[in-house]
Design a protein around this ligand. Sequence first.
Ligand SMILES: Nc1ncnc2c1ncn2[C@@H]1O[C@H](COP(=O)(O)OP(=O)(O)OP(=O)(O)O)[C@@H](O)[C@H]1O
Length: 987
Amino acid sequence: MATLGQPRNFRSAEPISLHNNLVTSVDLTKQQRFKTSSLAGGKRSFEAVNNGAAHVLNAHPQGQFRASKIIKCSPDDVENVQIYRPGSTPSVTQHPLLSLAHANYNLPSQLVRNFEILGVRAIYPWQSSCLMRSGVLTQSKNLVYTAPTGGGKSLVADIVLLKKVICNPPKKGLLILPYVALVQEKTKWLRKLAEGLHKEEPDVPGPKLRTRLRDVVVASFYGGSRSKVTWSDCDIAVCTIEKANMLINTAIEEGTIGDLGIAVCDELHMLDDEHRGYILELMLTKLLTLQLGIQLIGMSATLANPEVLAGWLEAKFFVAKYRPIPIHEHVVYDNAIYPNGILGEPLRTASQLDTSTQRLRQPTRRIEASLHQEMSNPVTNAVVALAVEIAEQGYGALVFCGSRSSTQSIAVLIARCLHHVFVPSSISESRLDALTSLQTLPGGFETALSETVPYGVGFHHAGLTAEERDILAEAYDNGTLKVIVATCSLAAGINLPARRVILNSARMGRDMVGPAMLRQMRGRAGRKGKDEVGETYLCCQKLELEPVAELLEAELPAVVSCLTPEKRGVTRAILEVLATRMISTYEGLQEYVRHSLLWHTVPNHKMVLDMLDAAILSLLKDKLIEVSDLDTYLPTPLGSAIVASGLTPEAGLFVHADLRQALTSFVMDSEIHLFYLFTPIPQPTTGMAMTQDVSWPTFRNLLEQLDDSSIRALRLIGINPALVNRLANDGLDNLPERNEEELRTARVYRRVYSTFALRDICNEVPINTVSLTYNLPRGTIQTLAQSCHGFAAGMIKFCQRMAQPILRTPPQPNDTIISPDAQFIAQAGTPFHGAGRSELSTSEASGFSMLAAVLEHMQSRLYAGARADLLEMAQVTFVKGRMARLLYEAGFKSVRALSEADAKKDILPIMMQISGWKLRQIERESNNMQSEEGDPAAEGNVNSKEQIYEMRRKKLEEKMLRKAEIMVRSAGFIYEREVLRSVDLEG
Ligand SMILES: Nc1ncnc2c1ncn2[C@@H]1O[C@H](COP(=O)(O)OP(=O)(O)OP(=O)(O)O)[C@@H](O)[C@H]1O
């Protein structure tokens, strides 16, 4: 007989006993005893609901929609997750080194306390060995390490990073992560860990050394971030890969790179990511080449060759196999569940299932076929049944789907099956709260969520806005939602309470997921501190068994360099080190490539040196670098502008051509030309928006609505309205992209299409309308607006650099060797040679300076999403686009006026006006809820639809009032700041 630990939320207070370890999830759910007063309906017992369902399955399709039952069929059934025992971890009394307070770690006591507050009372033995044995904490050695997902890797890096930054006051730390969501999550976590921690730093310079204590500042840096914190203001910068590279470039150029004490790179396997891995490599190679003693830490759960990467990073390496919560894996097909690896042998091939031992052929459980048309597909039937089963027990399920549309449809099915599950009123209220938060988002919300969230189900994909995704992820994290159906956007590194991870097929889009992604997805199950049990179910069609079995057995591929000629090459890397003035000689460049992963993994070093020569030549040809009179390499203003704005050389040349054209014939009487210059150029790394297909009929309609000067601007940019007309009439999808010229043309048309969407956002068109007009998801539109913000900042920098003369530092004594090819070019007297040649004419430089000023003005409009007259107001929290306009029209034309407003009397009515459509939605939903649950009178204390509506309207009003109060306070702060600034200026 086994007993359960204290269950969460839905569970009875009494531990439930399991007979012979065979009690099923359904049995457990039947034993649930809790009183509820659900907003949605009556108080029928589980049995009543369940039995009733059998008889009237199709009579009330909405109310009686049921997930299929899962039935035990093997005596070895260990499916009931409750009987799994998490592996035990030795205690601090057994092993004193497992306490972070141990003198060997020499950590500030406040840091140890903060870890304890966050649930880390003892570290795992492998974490302790990794910290001590590698000398990483005591001797600042570089380290590459790997441990299974959820094995506690981040914690090791957190300790090293924080210790380094706190105990070496002048030093800063950099934490590099691949995704914005991870950057945000990690920033919050590190801020909690750094609470109450101080750095000692010199107070006033002088003969007497006086010090003061200063808080540790953790800041995040990512494209589209609105944070004003700079590198110099923070101690720990948590960044995406691209932002980290830009910070490092700036620090090298400004001579402050010596302040960097440690760089931690999480998800190190991203090195071989097709689009972004090479940036990680060229960045780490810079830090290695500098030889400044910057400590490098790299980690990942999916590294096949950590020793190679450790060799490259001059690091110790450490491999851990420990996972505090083991994951129990299953394969599901044809409505049958098979364990993978848990009953002995893992599943090696598909045929093994049919021909091998009885033990493996026999599924442990079966899922009844569904009578519902919507679940006739066995994969859908299994996914829904498995998710509903665990949600009914009160635990979290994370379901991964291959496409955005399937996340939504599966979530709706799961939610329909959960209609009958009763939940405590506190939970149903927090679900309604989450729904209200979604409904009050200024960018609108995905209405299908109102079918799922009240039943504890959400879906999550890149088509939703960031705010929607945040609300859903938070609601799932705090137990309000029990199921999240997501694309792989939620796969990497995220810490969520998923007891059960379910894969709705092993495909993401058209392709099979790779072994690394599969591990990442499955690794979301059973995370310490979030849940004590983890299990995964990979559901597939029978036809797919062979590739699925291969996938399950596949070894992780070795991480390789993306700087090879057939991938990204070394041109960008070489331009960056020259443009930041880190290197100026051929010898220096050779030294740089010798520090690359490419050099460490490609046996043919001559090939790497040839690549270097080819890159130098191509940069010279494109006039991005030049050879000085002293035979060193220098960046041209263009090369320097490209690096400062974070572009690739190729994208930089494209932008430069556009900007030069804008200088010669800028159409000032239309905004379209300016918006075009702010639209990120279509390339894979700039996000989904750039790769979307153009709807030619929409393009034609948009052109037809333009005035003459806008058409003139577009013609100058390269748009031919007759061609758009033809494409729209012929019903063609895309322009051909067979050669350079065609590629450029297609790029210009796609970019202009995005420009229209951007113009609409800045002209206060609601995001919903923009989404409908361009047939793009709201999340994509939001990503476009956000990436434009970063791109615009890059364009301004680009123009400023083009307007600045390049500072020429005197060469060092040994800085005289240039590559043989470059020498040849120099001797042949090509126009690339000689200082000053590439400097721009004064008129061109002042043209760029003017352009920078104009772009700077437009950047504020982009930021605000509002027209020029509303810019001041749009600085206020929650005042964006349409809200700014309504306040303006109601007489609040300045920040000062808003700061003096009465939140309840003046602002709340305006906010409720904006929420008119939300009220209508609430009304519709209240009607539905009431009618779905039958006759309220018969059910006793069920709320009437008016009561439901009124309750939700009040909630909405309360929420709006809170927002209005924040708005007025924020206006007050801004006004005060302005007054202080003007006093300063006068002073
Ligand atoms: N020693 C510990 N004691 C208690 N909880 C821990 C310990 N180490 C890590 N955890 C917790 O375990 C969870 C997973 O840890 P962490 O995120 O560090 O794993 P990871 O190996 O980096 O995972 P992934 O590869 O999936 O990103 C977190 O909630 C973390 O706080």
